[in-house]
Design a protein around this ligand. Structure first.
Ligand SMILES: NC(=O)c1ccc[n+]([C@@H]2O[C@H](COP(=O)([O-])OP(=O)(O)OC[C@H]3O[C@@H](n4cnc5c(N)ncnc54)[C@H](O)[C@@H]3O)[C@@H](O)[C@H]2O)c1
Ligand SMILES: [Zn+2]
Length: 332
């Protein structure tokens, strides 16, 4: 699948399919001076395939893990860009999950006041969610994504073959965000996820459908002022569970549990069946009272109210404004 995504003066080419990692050179330009950034947990063959496409490129491997999405790693990337003598005609290419994409994108947005950024996402979460939308970020003072910019990539090359090396927990965690998008915005994708077909046979179709949803929502609301809030389905309670679980549950697992509180009864039954199939939790391990302090910290809160997303049936949604206490009371 090929999509062209235009935002202001940036045109982003999104290419998705199996084996597409080999087309990075053609998209970026093989003669350009580039820095390829990957992390230590990503199988090195992916970054090496990208590197082999260029005559003038170097590779930087940053340490894996969310705790390394910080200023130290940013400095390392900036130093490597300088070492490679990248100027504004050069480019930075990230090869990895959302962590690598977020920090490399941030570096590209501020080095020399902004250079071209290309993303080769290698986790399901990064392929369907984090690589689209132009959000870059670093964590600071234990607050996730506290420092960030909007810097749209020039290109996103999604090779679904790279998902073969991802462990099942990461794969299913990423799938939780896809289920979220299907629930609010695509009844056909929801049915596909409900079907008995093995995930491996439908993965390309699933990634392509999720990408279309994410691009559509981001294009309609690039600066997250309205419609893009639909992507927060499951996140109001999900975020609170994530903070309370102190790293024991992944983001996707928390979002999965968080969705089940904002559905009609029929929708909840269908959702729970699907979540169980992918080893995702269907309820909060914490009581509402324990989550209330974290729900109250929701950074998207306005005038004391949180805009939550409610789903009556697949492919539909409505926004509901609620107090943190009302949200907490949904969890028995
Ligand atoms: N920018 C956005 O819009 C946006 C949206 C959602 C999430 N995010 C960010 O994304 C990050 C989470 O992303 P993630 O879930 O991809 O985690 P991640 O990038 O930390 O990757 C998870 C682990 O998988 C490894 N890995 C990556 N690709 C692999 C592969 N193909 N095979 C085997 N191992 C592989 C990584 O080394 C890492 O250890 C968070 O920092 C989050 O804030 C950003
Ligand atoms: Zn999320």
């Amino acid at each position: 699948m090929r999509l062209t995504f235009g935002y202001r003066d940036t045109v982003c080419e999104i290419i998705e399919g199996r084996g597409f990692i080999a087309s990075v050179g053609n998209l970026v330009g093989k003669e350009r001076n580039v820095l390829v950034v990957t992390d230590s947990g990503v199988p090195v063959q992916y970054a090496k395939s990208v590197l082999a496409e260029f005559s003038n490129a170097s590779l930087l491997t940053i340490p894996q893990g969310e705790e390394n999405k910080n200023f130290n790693t940013l400095e390392t990337i900036i130093a490597a860009l300088r070492e490679q003598e990248i100027d504004r005609s050069g480019a930075l290419i990230a090869v990895g999950g959302g962590m690598t994409g977020d920090i490399a994108g941030f570096a590209a947005s501020c080095y020399n006041r902004g250079i071209d950024f290309y993303n080769v996402p290698t986790t399901l979460l990064a392929q369907t969610d984090a690589s689209i939308g132009g959000k870059t970020a670093l964590n600071f003072a234990h607050i996730k994504n506290m420092v960030g910019t909007f810097h749209h990539p020039r290109g996103v090359i999604i090779d679904t073959d790279t998902l073969k090396t991802l462990n099942a927990r990461h794969l299913y965690s990423g799938l939780a965000e896809v289920i979220k998008m299907a629930a609010t915005s695509d009844a056909a994708l929801f049915s596909l996820l409900e079907s008995d077909q093995p995930l491996n046979d439908t993965l390309d179709e699933i990634v392509a459908a999720a990408l279309r949803i994410k691009c559509d929502v981001v294009l309609k609301d690039p600066l997250e002022q309205g419609l893009r809030k639909v992507l927060n389905f499951g996140h109001t309670i999900g975020h609170a569970i994530e903070v309370a679980s102190d790293g024991k549950l992944s983001h996707g697992e928390c979002v999965a549990a968080g969705m089940t509180y904002f559905c009609s009864d029929d929708m909840r039954k269908r959702l729970e069946k699907m979540l169980k199939r992918y080893n995702l939790p269907i309820k909060s391990p914490f009581a509402g009272a324990a989550l209330l302090p974290y729900i109250s910290q929701d950074k998207k809160r306005k005038d004391g109210l949180i805009t939550t997303v409610y789903v009556e049936s697949p492919g539909t949604f409505e926004f509901r404004k609620m107090t943190p206490e009302e949200v907490a009371s949904l969890i028995s």
